[in-house]
Design a protein around this ligand. Sequence first.
Ligand code: ATP
Length: 259
Amino acid sequence: MRKSPVDIDKQNTVIHIRGLYKSFDTVAVLTGMDLDLYKGENVVVLGRSGSGKSVLIKLIAGLLKPDSGTICVAGEEIDQLSPRALQELRLKIGFLYQGSALYDSMTVRENLEFPLVRNSPHLTHEEREDTIREVLENVGLSQSIDKMPSELSGGQKKRVGIARTLILHPDIMLYDEPTAGLDPVTSSDINMLINEVQQKYRTSSVIITHDLTCAKTTGDRIALITDGKFSREGTFEEVFQTGDAEAKKFYDYNFIIDT
Ligand SMILES: Nc1ncnc2c1ncn2[C@@H]1O[C@H](COP(=O)(O)OP(=O)(O)OP(=O)(O)O)[C@@H](O)[C@H]1O
C-alpha cells in the first residue's frame, strides 16, 4: 500500500549528516555519507546486509563515534557535546531495538515505568500510571499491562518497545528492523503503527529494514546504501523504477505485499 501524504516541514532539518566516515579496522563501512531528515518525515534506509545501516543509526544516537564528518541532531553537533549534553539529547531520540530490548523480569507496566522514574522523577504515582495507560492505549496494548514479556507475541513485544520509547515523547524515532521476524499480517500492523506514531506524536524517523513492504508502507523517502553512501534517494517509485542496477537487484530478491 502506498503511504498517504503527511505534513513534512522541509524548512526544519532534524538530522543533518555530511561527509560521514566510519571504519572498523581495515573495513570502511561509511565512506562520505550525507543525509537530511526533515521534521515529520519517515526516511527508510535500505541496503544489503553489512552495508552499514545499524552503524548509521548508532552514530545518529551517539552510541558510536564517527571517524570524520558532521552529524547534527535536533540542531546539536553530537560529536561536540559533553557526555551530559549527549545524555539530554538522547532523551529526544526513541530507539526501537531489533529485539525490542524489554526487561524480561519486569511486567509491561514496570518496563514502561522504568524510563519514567528515571527521566521524569517529578511525576506522581497517579501521573505515571496515567501516562503508561495512555501510551499503551496508543499502541493498542492496554490489556497487556500486567503481563510479562514472555507472555507476549513478537508483534506485541514490538508494540511495548515502541510504547517505551514514546513514553518520553521523543522528537526522533530510530527503528532498527521493526518487522524482522514477524509474519506478514503482524508486520503490516507494525507498519501501520509506525505511521500512526508519526501522525500522532509528530515524530521524524529513520527506519532501517530489508523489508520492501515496510519501506513502501512507512517511507516518505527511501535512501539506498551502496558502498558506504546513499546511491539513490527519493520516493519508492523514484528509487525502484529507474533501472538502477543496485536497486533492481534489491527489488528482484524481495517480496512486496500490497495490503
Ligand atoms: N562494533 C563493531 N566492531 C567492528 N565491526 C563492526 C562493529 N559494528 C559493525 N561492524 C561492521 O560494520 C559493517 C556494517 O554493519 P551493520 O551492522 O551496520 O550492517 P547492517 O547493514 O545493519 O547489516 P544487517 O542488515 O545484516 O543488519 C559490518 O561489516 C560489521 O561487521
